[in-house]
Write a protein that binds this ligand. Structure first.
Ligand code: HAM
Length: 423
């Protein structure tokens, strides 16, 4: 057993995983730019109070899952558990209210939550997300939902459901909370102990209780308790989503575990068995900026879990293109040939061809075995004869055929067969 292991709930992202990460981040970057979003990268650490105010002191994230610590100067800091509060803090700190509104920002960042690790749930995980701040128009909710949906289409994921709900404003919600309490009060023995504890302060969360689905199904619905403006906003949003051709399912039981949401909430869920948890979620948060000390400023956003997306890509057998397997392996025999191999490998790399060379004075046979094990399609062999002839012997490792290629034309020869730089 090694003496040290990565902390529980964290993983090493090894080279063989990188093609998936490159693929996801390339799609995020491409589409976010196409929708006019600019990249933001807040620090990993924030004042712990930011999340208490922003995400909510009563939420599981703040109560149970934050990595909070005092630094050597005595400040109470937290590792970021989510991106929205940080982005809103940055919006305020950098006076972005004076820019044309809404301000559109996107990110791809590690997040930290002390959760019970399992497949698709980690203590360090990554989210891509986007936030559009400074506009309350339902057409902006539609834009953010459309961007999320188009991204999952670009990933090539099948069988996804976009689940949509509206939870109104804090004022209309307090009336709804009352109705929920009246519904649940005579049946509290039918919900789990966590939910019983939440009954007074967060009755919305009881809709999410897995213990008694029938009780939740029969509960009063948030849509029936919306204020007039929220109802109109939701109606407009559905019309805009229809205009965009974004499919969605309404679910009155969709509630979110973060306190900042107002009106629109939504999740993207895989329908495959064993992957029930959301692979992305978002909504509107019209009170958050004010909660953080700014003027009343609406906002709407979304975040997707990169690990969960990759898990689903793999489950669905989605190929994402070549990784960093070498396209050519330069083998050499003798010191003079090895110097030539160093030069040739460098030239191939500078031309964008992923190339490796034999090291450590191994025999030609061992070098060729290594080239095969690494998955290189071609081995470039340099020995005394090759140096004298000014031509390499290039072996097609799959076919076992070989031919002589002049050193001056080697780069073009390989480029024609294995392509240029890998994306
Ligand atoms: P969230 O639902 O807490 O929302 O997280 C969004 C997504 O992050 C989840 O749907 C899931 O895919 C992924 N995720 C969450 N926790 C974990 C974990 N422990 N391990 C792996 N993946 C995880 C938010 O964070 C909001 N900030 C979203 C948002 C942005 N709302 C408005 N703007």
């Amino acid at each position: 057993m090694p003496k040290f292991r990565a902390p529980r709930g964290t993983t090493d992202l090894l080279p063989e995983e990188q093609p998936y990460w490159d693929f996801v981040s390339q799609q995020v970057e491409r589409l976010c730019r196409a929708y006019g979003y600019g990249r933001i990268e807040p620090p990993v650490l924030e004042d712990a109070a930011l999340f208490e105010r922003g995400v909510g002191a009563e939420t599981d994230i703040v109560q149970k899952e934050m990595y909070t610590f005092q630094d050597k100067g005595g400040d109470l800091l937290a590792l970021r558990p989510e991106g929205t509060a940080s982005v809103c803090r940055a919006y305020l700190e950098h006076g972005m209210h004076s820019l044309p509104q809404p301000v559109r920002l996107y990110y791809l960042l590690p997040m930290f939550r002390y959760e019970r690790p399992q497949a698709g749930r980690y203590r360090q995980f990554h989210q891509f997300g986007f936030e559009a701040i400074g506009e309350g128009d339902a057409a902006l909710d539609a834009e953010v939902i459309d961007l999320s949906w188009q991204l999952y289409q670009a990933f090539g994921l099948r069988d996804l459901t976009l689940v949509l709900n509206s939870i109104g404003t804090p004022e209309s919600r307090s009336r709804y909370h009352q109705a929920l309490r009246e519904h649940y009060r005579p049946h509290l023995e039918r919900v789990c102990s966590d939910c019983r504890a939440r009954f007074e302060r967060a009755p919305l969360r009881l809709l999410d209780c897995k213990q008694d689905a029938a009780l939740a199904e029969a509960a009063p619905r948030s849509l029936e308790h919306l204020d007039g403006e929220s109802a109109h906003h939701f109606q407009q949003l559905r019309a805009y989503l229809d205009a965009l051709g974004v499919p969605y399912t309404q679910d009155h039981r969709l509630v979110r575990g973060l306190d900042y949401y107002t009106r629109t909430v939504y999740e993207i869920q895989p329908s495959q068995e064993g992957s029930q948890s959301a692979i992305g979620a978002g909504g509107r948060y019209d009170g958050l900026i004010q909660e953080l000390g700014g003027a009343p400023t609406p906002g709407v956003g979304f975040a997707g879990g990169v690990e969960r997306i990759i898990l689903n890509l793999k489950r669905q057998g989605r190929e994402v293109g070549p990784g960093a397997a070498p396209r050519a392996f330069v083998a050499s025999v003798g010191e003079e040939a090895k110097t030539a191999a160093v030069r040739i490998t460098g030239e191939l790399r500078r031309a964008g061809i992923t190339a490796l060379m034999g090291l450590g004075g191994r025999s030609l046979k061992a070098q060729l075995r290594q080239a095969g094990a690494l998955g290189a399609p071609y081995a470039v062999i340099i020995g005394g004869d090759e140096l004298a002839a000014g031509a390499a012997t290039v072996r097609d490792l799959a076919r076992g055929e070989q031919e002589s290629v002049p050193l001056g034309g080697l780069r073009e020869w390989l480029q024609a067969r294995v392509g240029g730089p890998l994306s």
